[in-house]
Design a protein around this ligand. Structure first.
Ligand code: FAD
Ligand code: PYC
Length: 416
């Protein structure tokens, strides 16, 4: 029996997908809400979910200009980890990883979390020193991290080339065994369904066009589906944060750049970790469908077109062959891009904005998928109580004027 006919039989036995209830309702916007979240990616949906679940606020709308999870949430390479250098980031990303570990149960939706381990390679003595410094710092924060020798890496990834003669020889690396991957769409759908159940209106095809202000705060917003009033607004529009902020009358220290990824033809399962190299600029994992998922650094120019350039793909494939000569005839099937908002210190902005009743959550750069539940959790607290959650406080926008940057460029594992 082919896989297709087996699927058809299964669907028939299930009643042919008939009678399934909608995961979330298609709502029309109401004229007034307590809180409007702009942006229906994972972070916006998680914020709405935790607002409704933990803060008892039910009159909430999430406005999404396209479809739920159609932004970076549905375009990322699904890597989850909490191996960040500085205490502020480590605590925030670790909260997120802990929430991820229980998220399927919390949302009653299988997010297909696979804690298969995330390895970072080192290709020089300097990088090895940096690896041991980072591993120690991460462990001081109670987060799992280990140094690996080339032979340990080879035993975890048999196809990796650890020859000392290669152009970028592998001298060792680190692993976070609790790191891994999760199904990105499922995270968005799970939060959307659970928020909808708690009474949140999820409104797709609703683009926010402008803000009406009076006395230093926003009264209402103009959208493609009419005008909407609210007491508070949360801007969670990764890739377009500075565009929306400008419409609301303030500026953000953000560069918006394309980040792309690709998948190969499907192969039999052979690669059961996530592997990253900041030196040769590539990272890869194998999807449940067998495809290799590969990515590299950002295209180093500002752009809002959700596509990257071929030169990055070429470099990414060259780097893969460098590490895994056996992949030299691998065929690329699909590539895509997203727009990532990057702050000068490669850390996010979470908190109040210069406008009284506008809150901002952005600047996650190349690494915000792993933060989705944690970000929503602390942002919901911040909006509901008008006080930053203790884990969000260091990420306020004021850090740029106060000089309290949290430099996490090294945590990205790929250049940006
Ligand atoms: P989004 O999912 O982009 O949601 C924002 C939403 O706002 C969008 O759906 C958009 O349509 C909507 N919007 C914009 N403007 C408006 C408007 N005017 N009105 C209404 N709605 C609007 N992170 C990791 O941790 N691990 C990874 O492996 C990883 N890999 C990545 C690979 C790629 C190729 C890319 C592009 C990103 C990757 N990231 C990764 C980063 C991660 O995807 C993002 O940081 C994260 O998904 C951001 O989530 P979000 O909910 O803030 O944004
Ligand atoms: O943050 O782990 C990450 C990541 C991997 C690829 C893109 N971002």
């Amino acid at each position: 029996m082919t896989r297709y006919s087996a699927l058809k039989l299964f669907q028939k036995a299930q009643g042919g997908h008939k009678g399934w209830s909608k995961a979330w309702q298609k709502r029309a916007p109401k004229p007034t809400y307590d809180i409007v979240i702009i942006g229906g990616g994972g972070h916006g949906l998680a914020t709405a979910y935790y607002l409704a679940k933990h803060h008892g606020i039910k009159n909430i709308a999430v406005l999404e200009k396209g479809w739920i999870g159609g932004g970076n949430t549905g375009r990322n390479t699904t890597i989850i980890r909490s191996n960040y250098l500085w205490d502020e980031s480590a605590h925030l990303y670790e909260l997120s990883l802990k929430l991820y570990e229980k998220l399927s149960q919390e949302l009653n939706f299988n997010i297909m979390l696979s804690q298969r381990g995330v390895i970072n390679l080192a290709h020089s003595q300097t990088e090895m020193h940096e690896v041991s410094r980072r591993v120690s710092a991460i462990r001081v924060n109670g987060i799992d991290s280990e140094v690996l020798t080339p032979n340990q890496i080879k035993s975890l990834v048999p196809i990796v080339n650890i020859s000392k003669k290669s152009r970028y020889p592998i001298l060792g690396g680190s692993i976070q065994r609790r790191g891994g991957v999760a199904r990105h769409d499922a995270v968005a759908w799970g939060f959307a369904r659970a928020a909808d159940k708690l009474g949140v209106d999820i409104i797709e095809n609703c683009e926010v066009l402008s803000f009406s202000m009076s006395n230093g705060s926003v009264n209402s917003i103009d959208t493609t589906r009419g005008s909407i009033n609210a007491k508070k607004f949360g801007l969670v529009v990764s890739g377009h944060a500075s565009v929306l902020a400008e419409k609301a009358g303030f500026r953000l220290p953000i560069d918006s750049q394309p980040l792309q990824a690709l998948v190969s033809e499907p192969l039999k399962p052979f690669f059961d970790v996530v592997l990253m190299s900041g030196t040769v600029h590539v990272y890869l994992s194998q999807s449940d469908r067998g495809e290799l998922v590969l990515g590299a650094g950002t295209d180093q120019y500002n752009s809002y077109s959700q596509r990257g350039s071929l030169s990055v793909i070429e470099q990414m494939m060259g780097a893969s062959v460098e590490l895994f000569p056996v992949l030299s005839r691998l065929k690329v099937m699909r590539m895509w891009g997203g727009i990532v908002d990057i702050c000068p210190d490669a850390s996010p902005i979470i908190g109040r904005s210069p406008i009284d009743n506008v809150y901002i959550n952005c600047g996650w750069g190349t690494g915000g998928f792993k933060a989705t539940p944690g970000s929503g959790y602390v942002f919901a607290h911040t909006i509901a109580s008008d006080e930053p959650h203790s884990l969000a406080a260091p990420f306020s926008i004021n850090r740029f004027s106060k000089g309290c940057l949290i430099d996490e460029h090294g945590a990205a594992a790929v250049a940006h």
